[in-house]
Design a protein around this ligand. Structure first.
Ligand SMILES: Cc1cc2nc3c(=O)[nH]c(=O)nc-3n(C[C@H](O)[C@H](O)[C@H](O)COP(=O)(O)O)c2cc1C
Length: 169
């Protein structure tokens, strides 16, 4: 199992071709989310897969017509079903739970030779209304999936010695 090459290869894809995503790939990506870890294994998530052209169009409007949203054949709304749970360190768990599941999906998307991008530029109230998300739940992120039109260079990262230390800060 060699995951690092997938992680090295992944970049945010903001333009997709019109080619559809096959169900087998979508299933594998959703399985990656299903198996991802969560605080106390509470699995406080629901993934709404959006493929219907009319629903996609409405979500695109709610996402300010960002190009990656408008060109994506699939959007997955990563929603939480619990906003209250705090981890033993006192911090709220749901953004971490959802982000972890989304990261797992992005890595599986690489395995499926698909591109992906996280989208947080959207009007949550509108998106909730469009997708009939219950009032007390939240839409944390959208994940856009599709075949990359082109693969940009990865924006630079800080060097390891700037972000890692051993034993003390
Ligand atoms: C929490 C989070 C929110 C993000 N929101 C957006 C977004 O709303 N729109 C967008 O184009 N990219 C968004 N991104 C993608 C980042 O801009 C991107 O990951 C970062 O610039 C690094 O580039 P790379 O993914 O190509 O390595 C988001 C990423 C994360 C982790």
């Amino acid at each position: 199992m060699t995951l690092l090459p997938h992680i090295e290869h992944r970049v945010t894809i903001r333009n997709f071709t019109g080619e559809p995503v096959v169900q087998k790939s979508l299933d594998a990506i959703l399985e990656a989310a299903r198996l991802s870890p969560s605080a106390k294994n509470r699995q406080p998530w629901r993934f709404v897969v959006i493929q219907d052209s009319e629903v996609l169009r409405q979500i695109q409007d709610a996402a300010y017509n960002e190009p990656h949203v408008s060109s994506a054949p699939v959007l997955i709304a990563a929603c939480t079903t619990n906003v209250d749970y705090r981890m033993p360190n006192g911090q709220v768990s749901y953004p971490i739970d959802i982000a972890t599941a989304v990261a797992f999906m992005m890595i599986q998307a690489e395995e499926e030779k698909l591109g992906s991008s996280i989208v947080t530029t959207f009007d949550e109230t509108l998106v909730k209304e469009i997708l009939s998300v219950p009032h007390s739940m939240r839409v944390v992120m959208l994940l856009a999936l599709g075949h990359p039109e082109h693969r940009p260079l990865r924006p630079p990262r800080r060097a390891a010695d700037q972000i890692v230390s051993y034993n003390h800060w």
